[in-house]
Design a binder for this molecule. Structure first.
Ligand code: ZN
Length: 159
């Protein structure tokens, strides 16, 4: 078993690294779809751009302002869905949603999320769940091509 404190430190390091040096942090001029997301509780606001090549996410980028969790989550999101099919990206969304709400019970599924597991710690902090899930809800909205602006609301996450 991994030492819990060491694991926490590793996860914190991943979050800080992605916060300080967010990956794919730029506009995507030739995007095929885009959406804006806001988390008024925390002041997180970001835009997600997607470029599809057929059914494949050829490129995905984001820009915005927000706390460490929201930015790190967005950065991790771009890495996680790039090169995936639409269906695979939707599947990752579902897994991350379960991860950050603390409802993922399958250890094997958690394991395949890799670095994204750094976000699991937020499940203990309801306010932070919104920060961690903002980029993902915005991604989903962009993929589905509706709701140009997503606002994550307060209250318990919907099941
Ligand atoms: Zn936040």
């Amino acid at each position: 078993m991994a030492d819990d404190a060491a694991l926490d430190a590793l996860y914190q390091e991943i979050i800080l690294d992605h916060y300080r040096r967010p990956r794919n942090f730029r506009e995507l001029p030739n995007a095929t779809c885009t959406a804006d997301g806001k988390n008024p509780n925390c002041g997180d606001a970001l835009t997600v751009w997607l470029k599809f090549d057929g059914d494949i996410v050829a490129d995905v980028t984001f820009q915005g302002v927000g706390c460490a969790i929201s930015k790190a989550s967005a950065s991790l999101m771009t890495q996680a869905v790039k090169g995936r099919t639409r269906a695979e990206a939707a599947e990752v969304f579902e897994k991350v949603h379960r991860l950050v709400t603390g409802t993922e019970t399958d250890a094997a599924t958690s394991k395949e999320l890799g670095q994204l597991r750094a976000l699991a710690g937020v499940s203990k902090f309801p306010m932070r769940v919104k920060c961690a899930s903002l980029a993902w809800h915005t991604l989903k909205s962009a993929m589905e091509g509706h709701e140009p602006e997503v606002v994550v609301h307060t209250g318990p996450p919907s099941a």
